[in-house]
Design a protein around this ligand. Structure first.
Ligand code: ATP
Length: 358
C-alpha cells in the first residue's frame, strides 16, 4: 500500500499506458459467443464498471482480464504489457468475488496478509502491512477475529483489504456487494468509492445494478449479448444513449419507433424521451400551451402510480394507442388533477426527444 493510501489522499500512478486495453477480444463457448469483439480501454486509476443484464458477458470479460479464461481471439494488455496468454498469477491483478472466499480457519489479519505470506515476506512486515490494509477498510480492531465472527459487510471489507495488500495495478470486483441487503449494500458502495479514491488502484466492477454502476463509476461500459454497446461517463450514457438497448436498459424511457415516432415527435426514426423530461399540464391551464422550443401532444391519463418520491403517470395520446409515461416529483411539482381519465397536455423540449440508432 502506498504512503498516500495512509493519508487518504489520492496517489498518482505514473504509468502512461492504460490500465487495461482489450483489442478485438472474442470468447466463444462452443457455438455461444459470450464476448463478441470487445474493444475497451481503462485509464489508470479510474473506477470503471461493466453493466449489463444476466448473461450479457460481464463475468466472462472480467475472467478474461484476470486470466481465468483465454480469449478465442484478440489481445489483452495490462499497463502496456501483453498478457493474453499469461496465467492469473503472472498478471498484476486481484479479484474480489461475491462470496468473499476468506479462509475460515485463519484470523482476519492472517487472511489479509495471505498474499505476503505466500510471497515470503517476513512476519513483522506482513503484520504491519496487514494492519495498514485493515485501517484502509476501517477494520483496525478486527485483526484477531475469525471470518465467522464478522458481518457480511465486514467480511467483504476483509476481502478488499486482502486484495489490496500488495498494491495491485488493477482490482477486479465481481458483483462484490451482491450478497448484502440494500442498506448495507449502499453503505459498502460508499466505502468502495472511498477506498478506490484513497488507494488510487484501478477498479473494474461487474454489476447488473445500474444505480450502483451510475453512482460509483468514473466511466462504464454497457453490455448486451456479449457486445459492448456503449462506453462513457454515467451522465453521458444516461443522457445520450448510443443504442435503443442502452436507452431502454439505463433508467426508464419512452422509446418511439416508426409511425409512433412520426406521430409523437413529428419525424421518422427511433427516439427516446425520458419520463422526467415530460411536463403534464391541464389543456386549458396556464402551462398547457407550448413555450418556445416545446412540443405538445394531447392525451388522456390511463394510469397513476405513486412510487415514493415520484408519481408515474401513463397517458394515452389522442387519435391512437400510443402511450407516453411521465414522471412527476411529488415534493416540488404542484398537486393537480392527475387522475385516470383526465384530459392533459404533455409537453417537452424538442431537444429532449433525442434520436437513437435502431
Ligand atoms: P450474470 O450477471 O448472470 O452473472 P454475465 O453478464 O456475467 O451474467 P456471463 O457469466 O459472462 O454473463 O455469461 C455470458 C454467457 O456465456 C452466458 O450465456 C453463459 O451461459 C455463457 N457461459 C459463461 N461461462 C461459460 C462456460 N464456462 N461454458 C459455457 N458457457 C458459458
Amino acid at each position: 500500500m502506498t504512503e498516500a493510501a495512509r493519508t487518504d489522499a489520492r496517489p498518482v500512478r505514473t504509468t502512461a499506458a492504460p490500465a487495461v486495453r482489450l483489442t478485438a477480444v472474442t470468447k466463444e463457448f462452443g457455438p455461444l459467443r459470450a464476448v463478441d469483439n470487445a474493444e475497451l480501454t481503462l485509464r489508470e486509476g479510474e473506477f470503471f464498471s461493466l453493466l449489463g443484464p444476466s448473461g450479457s458477458g460481464k463475468t466472462t470479460l472480467l475472467r478474461l482480464i484476470a486470466g481465468f479464461e483465454r480469449p478465442t481471439s484478440g489481445r489483452i494488455e495490462l499497463a502496456g504489457r501483453e498478457v493474453t496468454a499469461l496465467p492469473p498469477s503472472r498478471r498484476d491483478v486481484h479479484t474480489v468475488f461475491q462470496d468473499y472466499a476468506l479462509f475460515p480457519h485463519m484470523t482476519v489479519e492472517q487472511n489479509v496478509a495471505y498474499a505476503l505470506t505466500v510471497a515470503g515476506v517476513r512476519k513483522s512486515e506482513r503484520l504491519a502491512r496487514a494492519r495498514e490494509a485493515l485501517r484502509t477498510v476501517r477494520l483496525d480492531d478486527h485483526g484477531p477475529r475469525r471470518p465467522v465472527q464478522l458481518s457480511g459487510g465486514q467480511r467483504q471489507r476483509v476481502a478488499l483489504a486482502r486484495a489490496l495488500i500488495d498494491d495491485p495495478g488493477l482490482l477486479l470486483l465481481d458483483e462484490p456487494l451482491g450478497a448484502l441487503d440494500l442498506q448495507l449494500r449502499q453503505e459498502m458502495q460508499r466505502e468502495l468509492k472511498r477506498i478506490q479514491r484513497a488507494t488510487g488502484v484501478t477498479f473494474l466492477l461487474v454489476t447488473h445494478d445500474q444505480e450502483e454502476a451510475l453512482t460509483l463509476s468514473d466511466r462504464l461500459a454497457v453490455l448486451d449479448r456479449g457486445r459492448i454497446e456503449q462506453t462513457g461517463p454515467p451522465l453521458e450514457i444516461y443522457d445520450r444513449p448510443a443504442t435503443a438497448f442502452v436507452a431502454g436498459f439505463i433508467g426508464s424511457t419512452n422509446l418511439l419507433r416508426d409511425q409512433a415516432a412520426v406521430r409523437v415527435t413529428g419525424s421518422p426514426g427511433t427516439y427516446s424521451i425520458r419520463p422526467e423530461r415530460i411536463r403534464i399540464a391541464a389543456p386549458d391551464g396556464p402551462d398547457g400551451t407550448p413555450g418556445p422550443g416545446e412540443r405538445c401532444v394531447p392525451g388522456r391519463i390511463t394510469e397513476v402510480a405513486h412510487v415514493g418520491a415520484h408519481t408515474r403517470v401513463v397517458v394515452r395520446l389522442d387519435g391512437g394507442d400510443d402511450q407516453l409515461t411521465a414522471l412527476r416529483l411529488n415534493s416540488t411539482d404542484p398537486p393537480d388533477a392527475a387522475r385516470p381519465g383526465s384530459a392533459v397536455h404533455l409537453l417537452w423540449n424538442v431537444n429532449d426527444a433525442f434520436p437513437v440508432p435502431g
